[in-house]
Design a protein around this ligand. Structure first.
Ligand code: ZN
Length: 378
């Protein structure tokens, strides 16, 4: 039987824990045990039903932090899985199980890399940290966001942070995320005047107003994006008017829309532009906004350079910097850390049935994290 690598053993131990958000199911306790022999001190920061853990070795700067989440999304219909989601299984050198891509594999690679690095270089400079939460896939209210608030109070300065989200898209190593777009949702109600459809002059049809308004919002150029961000996108997700008889003009219409926005705009810019556009329409309206993420960007700096070098040396790929995709906890960390990037395995099977990772990629991921530690802390 082939030797099982340290990183594979750790990944399996994590996958077998049923840590569906916000349940941690012992993941963080296990990680603490793995790291405490290597000089890491831990602090549990548990809030409501969310478990967070902060582990640190060393007191000096620079502080390099590995960040991520121990929770996973639910398995979905278990009968559709070829293996059992919480029973890690290797077939043809591919490891299957919930979290194999997002992101128990990256956490295992980070742990194993840190263990080996400390063993080989007990007197390295700076410090190594691990910031882990059991609520990234859920509301993310009591997770990383709260820990970062605490760091600000405690004056814990993060120099470099790598979030282990699965960022690779076609080939392992091809993509580093150095930012993410913002996300702003608007719930708009346009209020007209209800009336008889045969006497439109006595009513005001909110659907007709909505038609022109939607065209205008859709044609509006919010920005041009910039070097790192595509231009801001506006999309409508739902339109619904009052249900009325076919001989009636309804009183109101509800429209839900979302903007994925670049760092060229703030949410207030968008709200102001929206207000200007709708002010040209003769209508009464109400709008509720919900901004789930502000855009962030880490410009090409030391960390992106070091990570790109480590990837090139390990898997001989020139990785791209990208800001596409949904949101992640990097949005909270980037408000505090000097440089924050995300890098991890392929995301093709993340959140899917039969989630998996090629074990070659898992081993290379550990090598890349190890190389980053060497470049920054030696
Ligand atoms: Zn994730």
């Amino acid at each position: 039987m082939a030797n099982i690598s340290n990183v594979e053993t750790i990944a399996k131990k994590l996958i077998e824990k049923k840590s569906v958000t916000p349940n941690d199911d012992g993941c963080q306790e296990y990680i603490k045990d793995e790291l405490s022999d290597y000089g890491f001190k831990h602090e549990n920061i548990n809030l409501e039903d969310v478990k967070n853990i902060w582990l640190r070795k060393g007191f000096d700067s620079p502080l390099l932090v590995f960040a991520g989440h121990t929770d996973v999304v639910p398995p979905g219909n278990i009968d559709e899985w070829e293996t059992k989601p919480f029973e890690p299984k290797v077939k043809n050198n591919i490891l299957y199980g919930r979290g194999a891509s997002d992101m128990k594999s990256s956490i295992s690679a980070m742990i194993s890399a840190a263990q080996k690095f400390v063993e080989n270089n007990p007197n390295h400079k700076g410090s190594i940290g691990f910031l882990l939460t059991s609520d990234e896939e859920g509301p993310a209210k009591y997770g990383t966001q709260k820990v970062i608030e605490k760091f600000k109070k405690d004056n814990i300065e993060i120099d470099y942070c790598i979030v282990g989200e699965p960022t690779s898209s076609e080939k392992f190593g091809d993509t580093i995320k150095n930012g993410r777009r913002g996300s702003l949702t608007g719930h708009l109600k346009i209020i007209g005047i209800q009336g008889h459809i045969a006497y439109p002059e006595l009513a005001k049809n909110p659907i007709h107003i909505a038609g022109s308004l939607i065209n205008e919002l859709n044609d509006y150029k919010w920005d041009d994006g910039n070097k790192y961000f595509p231009k801001t996108s506006f999309q409508i997700s739902s339109v619904k008017s009052d249900e009325v008889a076919s001989n009636m003009i309804p009183r109101s219409i509800d429209i839900v829309f979302n903007l994925r926005f670049s760092s060229e705009l703030t949410q207030d810019d968008i709200k102001n532009n929206f207000k200007n556009i709708i002010s040209n329409f003769d209508c009464e309206y109400e709008v509720d906004w919900n901004c789930s993420a502000e855009p962030f960007i880490t410009s090409e700096g030391y960390l992106t350079k070091v990570l790109q070098e480590a990837i090139k040396e390990t898997v001989n790929i020139d990785s791209n910097l990208s800001t596409t995709g949904g949101t992640s906890d990097a949005r909270f960390i980037s408000q505090h850390a000097k440089e924050t990037v995300e890098f991890g395995p392929l995301n093709k099977t993340a959140h899917k049935i039969n989630e998996n990772i090629d074990l070659h990629n898992l081993i290379d991921l550990e090598k890349i994290y190890y190389a980053v530690l060497s470049k920054i802390l030696l």
